[in-house]
Design a protein around this ligand. Structure first.
Ligand code: GAR
Length: 210
């Protein structure tokens, strides 16, 4: 059984999706802890209610990114995870931190990377007149929103969409591909081909929703 530590900053709906998936019969992973950088993150209550250990490492209590990341790493390592899962964790990480968890830390980003790294992805996709949008699960590297892509989901942009409507459609896809990606990692089904990640048996690494 692989151990997961999930990092959140807020609502935690992706964390919820992974927690629920892990409860299913035969799942190869369990959530050892949920850690937030914000004491008021709504997702902490869900995790605690499901008997999962929680911790807060408040970025505001640390004078530098390095100090915060060092404390965060201490908290994470206390739970001895096989995989660190960033689920709406809204902090930029130092290169030392990303190197520590190289090839064992995943992130979900609400765009079809490499398009629209950073914030306000849905607003920017709408401004560009994009006809599709989506979400990417990728391994974390030092460069923000880069790193090998594990899975992507594509959703249509529909007439009349505003950022909220598009975000909701994308979020539905997030809740499908993040648990799937975590499962593949836990099963050892993800193989590295240079800097690219493929599924061992050629399973589809994309989900197309209409
Ligand atoms: C999700 O849409 C996730 O893709 C996004 O924040 C939201 C968190 O929702 N992440 C990023 O923008 C990271 N750059 P959640 O807390 O309900 O999972």
């Amino acid at each position: 059984m692989k151990r997961l530590v999930i990092l959140i900053s807020g609502r935690g709906s992706n964390m919820e999706a992974i927690v629920k998936a892990c409860k299913a019969e035969g799942w190869p992973a369990e959530v050892a802890a949920v850690i937030s950088n914000r004491p008021d993150a709504a997702g902490l209550a869900f995790a605690a209610a499901h008997g999962i250990a929680t911790a807060v490492v408040d970025h505001k209590a640390h004078g530098s990114r390095e100090a915060f990341d060092a404390e965060l790493a201490r908290a994470i390592d206390g739970f001895a995870p096989d995989l660190v899962v960033l689920a709406g964790f809204m902090r930029i990480l130092t290169p030392g931190f990303t190197a520590r968890y190289a090839r064992r830390m995943l992130n979900i980003h609400p765009s079809l990377l490499p398009a629209f790294t950073g914030l306000h992805t849905h607003e920017r996709a709408l401004e560009m007149g994009c006809k599709v949008a989506g979400v990417t699960v990728h391994f974390v590297t030092a460069e923000l929103d880069h790193g090998a892509i594990v899975m992507q989901a594509v959703v249509p942009v529909l007439p009349g969409d505003d950022a909220k409507a598009l975000a909701a459609r994308v979020l539905t896809a997030e809740h499908r591909i993040y648990p799937q990606s975590v499962r593949w990692f836990a099963e050892g089904a993800l193989v590295w081909d240079g800097e690219v990640v493929r599924h061992r048996d050629g399973a589809a690494q994309q989900l197309m929703l209409s």
